[in-house]
Design a protein around this ligand. Structure first.
Ligand code: GLU
Length: 380
């Protein structure tokens, strides 16, 4: 089965967790070298690879004399600033010895939320790939503050998968994959080789396990896999400490957990609206409007809006929620908050009379709208 799934793969995002390349003492250079060797072997086969590597904080904190997790955000950011150079140096050493090269790409959530910067980042990465250079991506930890964080690099790797239109996401973790119960507590726990859809039951199996070095745990990997699935891409969650794991994947060894892609994939622009663009506010939608959007594939008209929450401008992303505040869709709004307050609950023919002008009949046009609960499958 794996063979058929991997046959068409040309471009792959490999996410490397902190726990895979570092330990309490700092960066494990020989681990980075081993993974980099494997990546070069994939390049030899003609694959394009984008690395999303964590480990900056873990690699740098020792040089600040910090043992354990850094306690303050500035400490974390300082550790990341030091560690990032060590990570890139380690990858570069192996790549250069094999006549390949790497490039550092540091991103913040704001970079990907802004359409122009998103497309810019995409162009840069595509150009690097054209030149045969492997991008090594990380969050720009030294400048980000909590509100503009990706949260974790699993999430970042899913967004990068969508950004570069990769065919496969491989998450290198320090566990073998998803188990039906926590293997640390239960020796009978069994590895799940294939996940068809990341349902709440599957997420519950991921529990809240968390490594001591990185940010995520199995749950953030499953959430990333869910985003990749909606982008039409499968995700492999495997143990990055297992020798030559990348080579073995492409030798069709059935390792780890494979999360299948969803059957219908969102267009590239809709992926950006759903995953990367940051929602600024909420619209409360009456039942008629909700049914029209969910069941009948319609745009959102002003008559369906019964409340607003938060500040937004024309062109911002907003959450479309039912009367109880539960999100069911996300979209780019054609009117500002002030305008929406005036036209909500009214017919589209009245817009021009009320405002003195009209951008369009819809508040959120279908082309700019993504369902976030398709068959109860939530995006976040
Ligand atoms: N960006 C962080 C680092 O390089 C890691 C974030 C994560 O572990 O998800 O240390």
């Amino acid at each position: 089965m794996r063979e058929a799934l991997l046959a068409h793969v040309k471009r792959v995002v490999v996410k490397i967790g902190s726990g895979v390349i570092s330990n309490a003492a700092g960066l494990e250079n020989q681990q980075v070298a081993a993974i980099a060797e494997d990546v070069c072997a994939l390049l030899d086969r003609g694959l394009e690879v984008i690395l999303v590597s964590s480990g900056a904080v873990a690699a740098g904190k020792g040089q600040l004399g910090i043992s354990g997790r850094p306690q303050t955000i500035p400490q974390k950011q300082a550790a990341a600033a030091i560690g990032q150079t060590l990570i890139i140096r380690a990858y570069k050493e192996t790549f250069l010895a094999r006549d390949y090269n790497v490039a550092q790409v540091l991103l913040t959530r704001d970079d990907l939320s802004n359409r122009r910067r998103y497309l810019n980042a995409r162009n840069t990465m595509m150009t690097l790939l054209e030149y045969g250079v492997t991008p090594v991506v990380n969050e720009n930890d030294t400048v980000v503050v909590e509100e503009i964080r990706f949260g974790d690099n699993d999430n970042l790797s899913a967004l990068v998968t969508s950004l570069v239109e990769a065919d496969l996401l491989i998450i290198l973790s320090d566990v073998d994959g998803l188990y039906d119960s926590n293997p640390a507590d239960n020796p009978q726990a069994e590895l799940i080789p294939v996940v068809e859809r990341v349902t709440p039951t599957i997420e519950a199996m991921g529990g809240s396990s968390r490594g001591s070095l990185g940010t995520g745990g199995m749950i953030t990997k499953l959430k990333a896999a869910k985003k990749a699935a909606l982008s039409g891409v499968g995700t492999l969650i495997v143990n990055g400490r297992s020798p030559h794991i990348l080579t073995r994947i492409f030798a069709d060894e059935e390792v780890g957990t494979y999360v299948l892609p969803a059957q219908s994939r969102l267009t590239a622009r809709k992926q950006w609206i759903a995953f990367s663009k940051k929602p600024r506010g909420k619209l409360l939608i009456d039942e008629g409007g909700r049914q029209a959007v969910i069941k009948r594939g319609k745009s959102l008209l002003p008559s369906g809006v019964c409340g607003v929450d938060g500040g937004f401008e024309r062109g911002d992303a907003v959450r479309l929620c039912d009367r109880d505040g539960h999100e069911f869709a996300r979209g780019v709004i054609s009117y500002s908050l002030a305008e929406t307050l005036q036209i909500m609950g009214k017919q589209s023919v009245e817009i021009e009379k009320i405002l003195g002008y009209k951008y369009r009949d819809e508040v959120v046009c279908r082309d700019n709208l993504v369902l976030t609960v398709a068959g109860k499958e939530e995006i976040e």
